[in-house]
Design a protein around this ligand. Structure first.
Ligand code: HEM
Ligand code: HEM
Length: 192
């Protein structure tokens, strides 16, 4: 695999002569950030919201969560059909494996989390209809009858994945900062 020495020693191959992620990958990557931030914040604060605004808050969280699922599915499809540029050859195997594992877990989380949230609301007996309809006006079908036990389990899973996203994102951003400041290998520029 031929290496290109440019702004820095980027990983490159025939498909990525400049070592850059595809334009679509970059759009998907940065478009994911704002909704994900709002979802994490709104999820964690719903319990503190007074009754008057609670339904709007649920509508925001649940509708944005489903939009996130669509975005994540489109992003995953894009990624599976557009290979990532190879990492520079001098990246140690442990860092390579760590980065790939964190990327994979981030993909899993943004797909699994909204699905868990969606079925939690169904099991709680609050399908996205009426006051909490998708986007405020699209009633979604009810998938199951209320089941408190299933709701507790799904809510617990939704919580665990939600909280796990924080260390995952911290590891990911920490890795990018490490590459940028310590290794100075131009990793950040592969995605902008
Ligand atoms: C990537 C998408 C999503 C993220 C990152 C996310 C994140 C979170 C987080 C961090 C919490 C707080 C958990 C806790 O209190 O420990 C939460 C709660 C919740 N989420 Fe999500 N969520 C997403 C999608 C969804 C979707 C699509 C739905 C439903 C359609 C949903 C429904 C809920 C419900 C019902 C709660 C419980 C709120 C309460 O405490 O009453 N979430 N979410
Ligand atoms: C300010 C925050 C962030 C920065 C600076 C950042 C930066 C980067 C950079 C530079 C890469 C390319 C790594 C490489 O060359 O292999 C990357 C890849 C990636 N990032 Fe982030 N990122 C951030 C937040 C996030 C968040 C919140 C997610 C959660 C979904 C995420 C998910 C990914 C994934 C899955 C990849 C692998 C590329 C792909 O296959 O699409 N990033 N990020």
């Amino acid at each position: 695999m031929e290496q290109v020495i440019g702004r820095s020693d980027f990983g490159a191959d025939g498909l990525h002569p400049d070592g850059q992620y595809s334009r679509g990958s970059k759009w998907f990557h940065w478009l994911t950030l704002p909704p994900l931030g709002v979802l994490l914040l709104s999820g964690l604060t719903i319990r503190f919201i007074g009754d008057e605004a609670k339904m709007q808050f649920y509508t925001l969280h649940e509708s944005l969560g489903l939009l996130m699922l669509m975005l994540a599915a489109a992003r995953l499809t894009w990624r599976l059909t557009h290979a990532a540029p190879p990492l520079p050859v001098d990246i140690p195997p442990a860092i390579r494996r760590g980065a790939n594992a964190v990327h994979t877990l981030l993909y899993v989380a943004i797909i699994v989390q909204p699905i868990l949230g969606f079925f939690t609301t169904n099991a709680l007996g609050f399908p996205q209809q009426g006051a909490t309809a998708f986007l405020g006006f699209i009633d979604l079908p009810k998938f199951m009858d209320a089941s408190p036990e299933l709701a507790r389990t799904l809510h617990w899973c939704h919580s665990i994945v939600g909280w796990t996203l924080f260390p995952l994102i911290a590891a990911h951003v920490g890795g990018v900062v490490y590459h940028h400041i310590v290794r100075r290998d131009g990793t950040l520029f592969r995605m902008i």
